[in-house]
Ligand binder design. Sequence first.
Ligand code: GDP
Ligand code: CA
Length: 322
Amino acid sequence: MEPDRIVVLAGGVGGAKFVRGLRALARRDFPAAEITVVANTGDDLWLAGLRVTPDLDSLMYALAGVNDDVRGWGRAGETERVSAELTAYGVGWPWFTLGDLDLGTHIARSALLKEGLPLSAVVDRLAARWPLGVRLLPATDAEVETHVVTAEGELHFEEWWVRTRAALPALGFVQRGVAAATAAPGVVEAIIAADAVLLAPSNPVVSIGTVLGIPGIREALRETAAPVVGLSPVIGGAVVRGMADACLTAIGVETDAAAIARHYGARADGGVLDGWLVDGTDASAVPRLEATGIRARAVPLWMTDDGATARMAAAALALAAR
Ligand code: GDP
Ligand code: CA
């Protein structure tokens, strides 16, 4: 299948790796295709007077090729002089280091927001600096932030994730401000007009789950004529990277590729999925998933480099076309 319009729902680092692979595939096999990435904005926060958008930035930096591949987040060749000054003033979170180059992005973003631009327009302005090769959209222009319910009260997702390393048991997640939010301009339209919609192998709870929670987005996935295919972020019963298992446990979903697919649900059954890719290790789940109305296939799901990830994206599009 040679899709003209592909939409990807994505979180930060896992989402960025996947979109890089998809972009590599498209450049080789269908260069005219338009790729729209709908990014999670639930991790966004105001810190030291600046609006920080972690997942949008992970996507922008990785697609621009200026990300720190070794550390896994932020800019390559980064320094942290400004953060040290902020800490000396007791401003911000000392355990949430913002690099100097990264702070440049946050200052620019905050300045544009304070001029009155909505986040989607700000993303356009920032991304115009680099030829990303994809259209990057925030899920919403509204400030909808993920908070984690714990025995010690509600924490912003980033505080729970970075300061407590997700060790403080999560009792649940809330999307503060979601009731009044709508999808950002272009999001629903892109999903409806798509030839294929892909769910990146991102955190199913606080990345994809948060995007699906923005009013209008889940409905658009249910409505679109395009097949919706997801890729598992869990291989052999373990998250590939990070602590997404703590999020899954909190919402009562097993850290298991098939359990995540059942959580998203078959579109025929009120859910959002037509298809689901699991890793070869989880091949035994394929017949069971197909029996529940989700087309499934087992292929290698390790995003070791853009080439391997491009093969994952090709398998997802092939499953969509089946
Ligand atoms: P975040 O916003 O930076 O946390 O990134 P995402 O939500 O986009 O992605 C995080 C998820 O990516 C984690 O749950 C990982 O299990 C998953 N992930 C990371 N690397 C790989 C990989 O090579 N293969 C697969 N299948 N999943 C991966
Ligand atoms: Ca994130």
